[in-house]
Design a protein around this ligand. Structure first.
Ligand code: ZN
Length: 318
């Protein structure tokens, strides 16, 4: 209600106030719509976020009207179908819109009060992580628009908003007891990028020599380098630990899932226990192919929002 009062319109609610939080969450909802466009178009060679300007239904090529572009509500109202050709619209679309709203809400909730710079940077980084996650799940690749874009954006953001690295060890050492200025923040940013990117590049290099096949996608290296530029050296260590722990849990679950699938098929063929070694082999071979990007994105996102609290939960925190 406060948003509708004339006094509230004249003086926009302060960043730390609840009305601003509501406003920012709604902005996130519409940004989520835009993220859907990015997820769909970034991997396509012949399309960009500006080309075409208006969205089309891939089924009937019809240009979408504004009533079909209202986040979540359009999808619910149309019961997940195109209004023209009745082609199904994937539930991922409203999900990404809700995630956009959730990311903006969390960025607002966790940001230091009144710090619009941090809020903008955190909201933007979380948006990029959502895009990277869904493209990686779809295509086993991370779009350069996010990873390389992030590697360019991180130093700019660090120099403009040094508070981003106010607790970074490198920045604090550079500041020598004073407050973190743009030079110290840039140093933390560069060190975070080098540490994150360098570590995963090293892991990939060793893995390639052991397995004689590409063990780590270069997209992952670029993503953690970009993330390291925003969360700094200490943050990037935390993000990598979270990513490895969560990816390992899901990796094991994924192998068990394939084992179950193969065993069910074998039982139908009445293969009995003779099939177990084959099931284990198949599950290990197929279950291994999991994208790592979504877990990196999760680690970066958690650390970005509240790294102090998260790091105390980790074995090597502090
Ligand atoms: Zn259609």
């Amino acid at each position: 209600m406060a948003l509708l009062e004339p006094s509230a319109l004249l003086a926009f609610p302060p960043v730390g106030s609840a009305p601003f939080g509501v406003f920012w969450t709604l902005v996130g909802l519409f940004v989520g719509s835009f993220l859907n466009v990015c997820i769909h178009r970034f991997p396509l060679e012949d399309q960009s976020i500006f080309k075409p300007v208006r969205s089309h239904c891939p089924g009937c090529e019809r240009q979408l009207e504004w009533v079909e572009n209202i986040p979540v509500l359009s999808w619910l109202y149309q019961r997940g179908k195109c209004r023209g050709c009745k082609m199904g619209i994937h539930w991922r679309y409203p999900l990404v819109e809700i995630l956009g709203a959730a990311a903006f809400y969390l960025a607002w909730y966790m940001a230091p009060a009144e710090d619009l710079g941090i809020l903008l940077i955190h909201s933007t980084v979380l948006s990029g992580l959502i895009v990277a996650t869904f493209v990686d799940f779809d295509r086993y690749e991370i779009p350069d628009q996010v990873s390389i874009g992030g590697m360019w954006a991180a130093p700019v953001a660090s120099a403009l908003v040094p508070a981003l690295h106010a607790s970074g060890p490198v920045a604090l050492a550079m500041a020598g007891g004073g407050s973190v200025d743009w030079v110290a923040a840039l140093a933390e940013c560069a060190a975070g990028m080098a540490l994150g990117g360098g570590f995963l590049y090293g892991v990939g290099w060793i893995g390639t020599r052991i397995y004689k096949a590409e063990a780590m996608g270069f997209g992952d290296v670029k993503l953690i380098a970009a993330g390291g530029g925003f969360i700094g050296t200490q943050g990037v260590v935390g993000a990598l630990i979270i990513a490895v722990v969560v990816a390992s849990i899901f990796g094991v679950l994924n192998i068990l899932r394939f084992y179950h699938v193969v065993r069910t098929r074998q039982r139908r063929r009445r293969l009995g226990n003779r099939g177990i070694p084959e099931a284990i082999r198949t599950a290990r071979a197929v279950g291994r192919y999991l994208p790592f990007g979504p877990y990196l994105a999760l680690g970066i996102g958690i650390v970005l929002l509240d790294w102090k609290d998260v790091l105390t939960l980790l074995p090597f925190g502090h």
